[in-house]
Design a protein around this ligand. Structure first.
Ligand code: GH3
Ligand code: MG
Ligand code: MG
Ligand code: MG
Length: 299
């Protein structure tokens, strides 16, 4: 079953189409003018639109052009319907973005088959969009922790940095690295190391805001970009993460372990030309946190 939206200025035409399409198992809605179609169709979320070419006021082609300009409607297959099946009329409809063309009077089994064909097109488009979405997600996500990966982090943070620069808003960055992580792997095995990485991601997610960007940059190194946060705000986040992780007990293959993390925190001063500079400074502060004994936040 699909949702079909009928547009025709003659009520009897709508009734006939409505009856046949409902009989074929579809849910139907209608409009009697181009403007009414533009008003009602987006809310109905149709799978296919049957659009009369000849209507007073806004013509079918004008309505089609207006539909194609609406982001919510631009990929809904439109079947143009007209008594004028001249070559020019068909060419015009298809060139303006119609999916198909049907002449009046209808041969109903043919009309229904064309509608089913358009519905299949809509469905395969939706599947393609979903697959594209999954692919984009895979390409931008770290597979172990489901955090944003390095490439996506630079992409997202770069644009947040540009916004902060443009509007003179604060923006802070936290660099995080697990302490003595090699020892966890060496003592308990690589699987325990992976548990620690998962725990870092979980704890950090619980401490940040929706608008903050948490990324695994590689190995046991994470970064958080905090748009709108001053260094004081970011230090509070970092301290919450540090304290929470130090209390966590991770388990793997019947063994338990504890670990700590170190962080470097810095804020955009208005002088940095690129996001890299900010991240490099956070990295140098992180290095100092390691030198000064680990399990600490340095800003
Ligand atoms: P420091 O406190 O100075 O950061 O010491 P560290 O041992 O954490 O640092 P080092 O850079 O010497 O070691 C990082 C280790 O992280 C090396 C590698 O065994 C481990 N590692 C990197 N990626 C992964 C991963 O995906 N899974 C696991 N389990 N271990 C990883
Ligand atoms: Mg008409
Ligand atoms: Mg480390
Ligand atoms: Mg490291």
């Amino acid at each position: 079953m699909a949702k079909i939206f009928i547009v025709d200025d003659v009520e009897d035409n709508i009734k006939l189409l409505w009856y046949n399409l409902e009989d074929d198992g579809h849910e139907v809605a209608s409009a009697m003018s181009g403007q009414e179609c533009l008003d009602k169709a987006p809310g109905f979320e149709p799978d296919v639109i049957l659009l009369d070419m000849m209507m007073p006021g806004m013509s079918g082609i004008e309505t089609l052009t207006a539909l194609k300009a609406l982001p919510a409607m631009d990929n809904i297959p439109v079947i143009m319907v007209s008594a004028n099946d001249s070559d020019d009329s068909i060419i015009d409809a298809l060139d303006q973005g119609a999916h198909d063309f049907i002449s009046k009077p209808f041969i109903y089994p043919v009309l229904e088959a064309r509608v089913r064909s358009a519905v299949r097109l809509k469905q395969s488009q939706e599947e393609l969009e979903a697959a594209n979405g999954r692919l984009a997600m895979l390409a931008s996500t770290d597979s172990l922790t489901q955090c944003v990966n390095r490439r996506q982090f630079f992409e997202l943070s770069g644009s947040e940095f540009a916004k902060a620069k443009r509007h003179a808003h604060p923006l802070s960055v936290i660099m995080l690295d697990a302490d003595k992580f090699k020892a966890i792997n060496d003592t308990y095995g690589h699987a325990m190391g992976d548990e620690a990485l998962l725990r870092i991601a979980d704890v950090a997610r619980g401490c940040i805001r929706e608008s903050d960007i948490l990324a695994r940059l590689g190995g046991e190194e994470f970064a958080i970009c905090c748009p709108g946060s001053t260094v004081d705000g970011a230090i509070r986040i970092a301290e919450r993460i540090r304290e929470a992780i130090a209390k966590e007990v991770i388990e793997c293959n019947g063994q338990t372990a504890q670990f700590t993390v170190s962080m470097g925190v810095t804020e955009y001063t208005g002088a940095e030309q690129a996001f890299d500079q900010l991240l490099n400074r956070a990295d140098r502060l992180l290095y100092r946190a390691k030198e000064e004994g680990r399990n600490r936040v340095i800003s």
